[in-house]
Design a binder for this molecule. Structure first.
Ligand SMILES: Cc1cc2nc3c(=O)[nH]c(=O)nc-3n(C[C@H](O)[C@H](O)[C@H](O)COP(=O)(O)O)c2cc1C
Length: 166
């Protein structure tokens, strides 16, 4: 079985998930690991990583996923917000819609990913005019700072092992 890992990551969060996936895959079967690229289309099993941009995957990932045909796919991604499982499910549903029906979505994983400090400054400014919303956003920002964390990596590895065993 041939595997490929593709990953689009602007600030490194999703890239660290890709490394974690790489660490549990049999090295000799991994034919590609890097940015979304057609080289990955040769693999039977594709791990496709994205960062969340406006509620769905980034555009590089979108383009890649739209080009996939007849493959087993595992989606993984990070998002700045992470308060609920439903939020991740909604994102994954939207991202999955980029896959044509001849692909099989075999597994998926999402976790929160830290955001740049400039985002917190924006929230602080907002808190001056809308304290309730500003507080909620700042709390979320601070919660995201430690992610992806050890538990995220462990959960991801478990999901990947389940995926490759099925
Ligand atoms: C332009 C932009 C748009 C974003 N849009 C969202 C969003 O809609 N929802 C969300 O939860 N996080 C959003 N984020 C946060 C990122 O998805 C999050 O920090 C992610 O972990 C970044 O992954 P990376 O480090 O792999 O680039 C956005 C970040 C940027 C820079």
């Amino acid at each position: 079985m041939k595997y490929a890992i593709v990953c689009s990551s602007k600030t490194g969060n999703t890239a660290s998930l890709a490394e974690s996936i790489k660490s549990v895959l049999p090295g000799q079967d991994l034919i590609y690991c890097g940015e979304p690229d057609k080289k990955a289309y040769e693999a039977d099993f594709i791990f496709a990583g994205f960062w969340t941009d406006k509620g769905t995957c980034d555009s590089l990932s979108e383009e890649f996923l739209k080009g996939l045909k007849n493959r087993n796919v595992f989606l993984f991604g990070t998002a700045g917000f992470g308060g609920s499982k439903e939020y991740f499910s909604q994102i994954l549903k939207r991202v999955g819609e980029n896959l044509s029906s001849d692909n099989v979505l075999k597994g998926a994983f999402m976790c929160q990913g830290k955001m740049p400090q400039t985002v917190r400054s924006r929230y602080e400014k907002l808190a001056e005019t809308d304290p309730a919303k500003g507080k909620m956003l700042i709390e979320n920002f601070d919660k995201a700072l430690s992610h992806p964390d050890g538990a995220d990596f462990e959960n991801l590895k478990k999901a990947v092992l389940k995926f490759i065993e099925t």
